[in-house]
Ligand binder design. Sequence first.
Ligand code: HEM
Length: 404
Amino acid sequence: MGARARFPKPIDMYDLLATFGTNILVTEGEEWKRQRKIAAPAFSERNNRLVWDESLRVVNEMFDNVWGDKDVVELDHVLDITIPITLMIIGAASFGRRMSWKEDSAAPTGHTLTFKGALRQVSDRLVLSLLFPQWVLRLGTPGMRSYARAYEELGRYMDEMVQERRASTKNEERYDLFSSLLDANEGQLEGDAKLSDKALLGNVFLFLVAGHDTTSHTLAYALIFLALYQEEQDKFYKNIMAVMPEDRAPTYEDLGSFSYSLAVFNEALRHFPPVIGIPKYSAEDTVFTLTNAAGEQARLPVPRGTYITVSSSALHHNPRYWDDPDAFKPERFLGNYPRDAFVPFSGGPRGCIGRGFAETEAVAVLTTIVSRYKVEVREEARFAGETFAQRKARLLKSQHSLTV
Ligand code: HEM
């Protein structure tokens, strides 16, 4: 048996992400293969190009319409920009649904919440759906009622998207994930089972949640690290200027040249992988051979049915693989690095299908921001006496909900 079959996913642990319907993440075996085959073509080069263009559009629109011509922009919390940025990108590149910074404060006809508002609330507090049935939430505390409304609104929005797309005559080429998913589904050969409407919704929901919660937080960490480590930001800025010296707009063709940008993103992912543990179980009795720092070996029997978690955080901080693991050094990703010890996207056939999407988005967003602005920590009288270590601890204080 290959490693994939020996260590499958304990899919009962993923109920939370199946609340809108079955999907690629919450299935195993033949059903997973079928769903992955239908979803995979959507994550294409053309979709990456769309991700790039939309990322630039969203960030530039923030510069022009929200920040205006201010020389200095102050933010209370960096997530106040990274969450809307990633939501707007996922809206456009996943669903062909453009949102803007200015409009979208009022709900459209037929809705009581905006799409952005509904999605944000649901991904923030999804655990409520696991704890309580919808009817209890509807009758619960004001917080529960507000969540229940957001959940129902999001369901309506997703339903509408499926129906609209079905009804529209396809006369324009669309490369958003959702259109491609529908096309692949409709184009399934006779005998190959199509995804049901429920599974389409389940996957749509998964793309929405998996596609923005992870990236928005990683971008936030990356910007915080850059603010803390000004010398790293200088190197990054120089790399940007070397790729596009005459202050022109970056293009998709430049993507591969913005090596420092990807390195900054990777280093942020190494420090704070949004998914801290990758659940598996052992499908058969097996034995692990473990080696400690002194090189001594030990055998660990692993009976069939044992739950196993690959701890990305631990692996990413293991000094056996990473020199000075607590330091922020994007350069470690410029050359050879221990790829097997870097698993923010998991790995192998069950690895993240959206990795290219996320990397493209991150490079576009970080590059655009750092090419125009210098990112700094706001000086505040109440923190005047703090040391660098205290400041770093304050800014990087984290908690875990759906992701870190
Ligand atoms: C920084 C960004 C991201 C990180 C760190 C990340 C991380 C991961 C990880 C660790 C897994 C495996 C989960 C497990 O085995 O339990 C995964 C799976 C997945 N991710 Fe991502 N992800 C990111 C961005 C995205 C984006 C942008 C999308 C889609 C637009 C996406 C869609 C998916 C899907 C559909 C799966 C399930 C794949 C399968 O089971 O075959 N992810 N991701």
